[in-house]
Design a binder for this molecule. Structure first.
Ligand SMILES: CC(C)(COP(=O)(O)OP(=O)(O)OC[C@H]1O[C@@H](n2cnc3c(N)ncnc32)[C@H](O)[C@@H]1OP(=O)(O)O)[C@@H](O)C(=O)NCCC(=O)NCCS
Length: 174
C-alpha cells in the first residue's frame, strides 16, 4: 500500500529540524539533472546551507516553506516568496518545487502547489508568478493547474552539467 502524503507548512524551528531531509530532496533533484540554482556536483552541505538561509527568511515572514512527508520522511517541498517591493504587496513568487525522483508521478507536486496557492492567498497574495525550465515536467504541471504562460526566455539558466536551458514564465491569479 502507498504511504499517505501529508503536506505541512514548516515554521523556522520545524524547518531546521528537517534540514537533512530537505537537503536530500534538493540534492536528489540536482543529481537527476534539474536546473534549480545548483550546479553538479553539489554537496549535501551546500543544500543544507541553502535551506538554512530559507529558514531565516521564514523566521522573518519573507517566505513560506511547505514540505510533503511520506512515512515521516520529506519527499518534496515548495516555497512561496512573500518579500516583494512596496508597490507589489499583492504579488508572490513560487520557488523550488522539488519532489525526489523515487516519489514522482503520484501527484505530490500537485498537492504542494494547491497548498502553496492556498497559503499565498491566506497571506494576502492575489497574483503569483514563477519560472520553470521549458519542456521539463514542471511546465506541464503548471499548465494543467491553470497557470498562464507568458513566454520563453532563451538560454536563461544552466542545467547542472553546464548546458544552457530555456525558461518559461507563468502567472496565476489566486
Ligand atoms: C516537476 C516535479 C516537481 C513534478 O513532481 P511530481 O510529484 O512527479 O508531479 P505530479 O505527480 O503532480 O505530476 C507528474 C505527472 O504524474 C502524473 N500523476 C500524478 N498523479 C498520478 C497518479 N496517482 N498516477 C499516475 N500518474 C500520476 C501527472 O498527471 C503528471 O503527468 P505528466 O508528467 O504527464 O504531466 C518533479 O518532476 C521535480 O521535482 N523535478 C525536478 C525539479 C523541477 O524541475 N522543479 C520545477 C522547477 S520550478
Amino acid at each position: 500500500m502507498r504511504a499517505q502524503i501529508e503536506i505541512r507548512r514548516l515554521a523556522g524551528g520545524d524547518l531546521r529540524a528537517q534540514l537533512d531531509g530537505l537537503a536530500a530532496v534538493l540534492a536528489d533533484c540536482v543529481e537527476g539533472g534539474a536546473s534549480v540554482s545548483f550546479m553538479s556536483p553539489s554537496t549535501h552541505v551546500q543544500a543544507r546551507d541553502a535551506f538554512e538561509g530559507f529558514a531565516a527568511d521564514v523566521d522573518e515572514g519573507r517566505r513560506v516553506l511547505l514540505a510533503a512527508f511520506a512515512d515521516g520522511e520529506v519527499v518534496g517541498t515548495v516555497q512561496v516568496v512573500l518579500a516583494v517591493p512596496p508597490n507589489q504587496p499583492h504579488r508572490g513568487e513560487i520557488a523550488k518545487l522539488l519532489v525526489r525522483r523515487s516519489a514522482r508521478g503520484r501527484g505530490i507536486a500537485q498537492l504542494l502547489m494547491e497548498r502553496a496557492e492556498a497559503e499565498a492567498r491566506a497571506e494576502g497574495k492575489t497574483l503569483l508568478v514563477l519560472d520553470t525550465v521549458t519542456g521539463d515536467p514542471g511546465e506541464r504541471l503548471y499548465a494543467r493547474l491553470g497557470w498562464n504562460r507568458v513566454g520563453v526566455i532563451p538560454g536563461y539558466a544552466l542545467y547542472p552539467d553546464g548546458r544552457p536551458c530555456d525558461t518559461t514564465v507563468f502567472w496565476k491569479s489566486v
